[in-house]
Design a protein around this ligand. Structure first.
Ligand SMILES: NC(=O)n1nc(-c2ccco2)nc1N
Length: 325
C-alpha cells in the first residue's frame, strides 16, 4: 500500500483492478494480467478486508463464494416468461419462418440477430441500480429456482455493472455453460483425485449450478454468455436486439463474438453453414444457432405462439457424439 493511501483507498483500487481484469478476461477475451498477479491482488484485498470488515460490501470480488448452504432453493417467478424457442431442422423450415415474417411485416429481407445456440443452462440475472441482486434458473419458463449464491461464484457474471446508462432495474438472460477444455481438465483431476467425474459439459453446468452449497459451485469451471433482456425499468434500451447486446457487453456481460446481423433467408442459412463448419473447433458445445428478428418493433408485431415467439427460432444441427469422459 502506498504510504499516503488509506486502507479504504487501497481496497477501492484493488477492487477496480480485479474487476477490470475480470472484464478483460471474460468479456473482451483479452487478459491484461497473468493469473498469478490476479490471485495476488485478490489475496491482498482479502487480507485488507479481514482487517477492515466494516469496508466489505456485497459487490466486492471477495464476496463471490457464499456461506454454508440454505437447504433448498426458493422459487422465483419470471415476471417476463423465459421463452422456449420453436425449432427448425431443414432449410425449407427456415425459409418458411423468414417468409412468414416478410409477409406479416410487409418487408423484404428483414434483419436478424444471429447467435450460436449454447447448450448449457438458461438463467435470468436481476440487477438493481447496477448491483446483482438475484439470479434464477429458467425452470418451466414461468417459475425457476433462486440460485443467486451459486451464480455469484461465476467470475464471468458481473456483481456490479460497468459503464453508465444502465436501467435502474435490468434483467439479463443468458446461458451458463462449461467450456470444453475446462470440462476435460476438471474431469482429469477428478479421476486422479477421486472427485466427482462429470458426464458431459451440459450436465456439468446444470449440476454445478444446482448445488446447495455455493462452495462446491465455486470449484466448478462455469462460464456465461448473455443473449437477451427481461425486465427493464428506468431507461430506454436501443431499438434492436443486436444494439442491446452491444450495450450488455459495455455494461460488463460476456456476449458471444460469434453473434452477427444478417438479412433475409439467405443470410440466415449462410450463418448456419458458417457456424456448422466451425462447430467442431468451438471451445463450447452448441446444438444449433438462433435467429431473432433484430428490431423490437417487428418482434412486437410478430408476437408469440403460446410461449414460443413467432419472431425467433432455433435452427438445430444433427446430434453430435457427446463429449465423453
Ligand atoms: N441457448 C442460447 O445460446 N440462446 N438461447 C437464446 C434465446 C432463447 C430465448 C430467446 O433467446 N438465444 C441464444 N443465443
Amino acid at each position: 500500500m502506498a504510504k499516503t493511501q488509506t486502507p479504504a483507498d487501497r481496497i477501492a483500487e484493488l477492487r477496480q483492478r480485479i474487476d477490470d481484469a475480470n472484464y478483460r478476461y471474460y468479456v473482451l477475451d483479452d487478459p491484461a494480467i497473468p493469473d498469478a498477479e490476479f490471485d495476488r491482488l485478490l489475496r491482498e484485498l482479502q487480507s485488507l478486508e479481514a482487517e477492515h470488515p466494516d469496508l466489505v460490501t456485497p459487490d466486492s470480488p471477495t464476496q463471490r463464494v457464499g456461506i454454508a448452504p440454505s437447504g433448498t432453493f426458493a422459487e422465483v417467478r419470471h415476471a417476463i416468461p423465459m421463452l422456449s424457442l420453436g425449432n427448425a431442422f431443414t432449410d425449407e423450415e427456415v425459409a418458411d419462418f423468414e417468409r412468414r415474417i416478410e409477409e406479416k411485416l410487409g418487408r423484404r429481407a428483414p434483419k436478424f440477430s444471429v447467435e450460436p445456440k449454447l447448450d448449457g443452462l438458461a438463467i435470468s440475472l436481476r440487477y438493481e441500480n447496477g448491483r446483482f441482486v438475484q439470479g434464477a434458473t429458467r425452470g418451466d419458463g414461468a417459475t425457476g429456482e433462486d440460485v443467486t449464491a451459486n451464480l455469484r461464484t461465476i467470475k464471468a457474471i458481473p456483481l456490479q455493472l460497468r459503464g453508465t446508462g444502465w436501467p435502474a432495474v435490468l434483467e439479463v438472460r443468458g446461458e451458463v455453460y462449461m467450456p470444453l477444455e475446462a470440462f476435460r481438465k476438471y474431469n482429469e483431476r477428478a479421476v486422479k483425485e477421486g472427485g466427482k467425474v462429470l458426464a458431459n459439459p451440459r450436465n456439468g453446468a446444470a449440476g454445478s449450478l444446482r448445488q446447495l452449497d455455493p462452495r462446491i459451485t465455486a470449484q466448478r469451471p462455469l462460464a456465461f454468455y448473455a443473449y437477451a433482456v427481461g425486465i427493464v425499468e428506468g431507461a430506454e434500451l436501443p431499438p434492436t436486439h443486436s444494439q442491446t447486446l452491444a450495450k450488455l457487453r459495455e455494461w460488463g456481460f460476456p456476449v458471444s463474438a460469434l453473434n452477427d446481423v444478417v438479412a433475409g433467408a439467405e443470410g440466415l442459412l449462410g450463418y448456419y453453414s458458417g457456424i456448422g463448419k466451425r462447430r467442431e473447433s468451438l471451445p463450447f458445445d452448441i446444438d444449433g444457432v438462433v435467429y431473432k428478428l433484430d428490431d423490437y418493433e417487428g418482434q412486437r408485431e410478430m408476437g408469440f405462439v403460446s410461449r414460443a415467439p413467432r419472431w425467433a427460432i432455433a435452427h438445430k444441427f444433427p446430434a453430435q457424439e457427446q463429449s465423453t469422459v
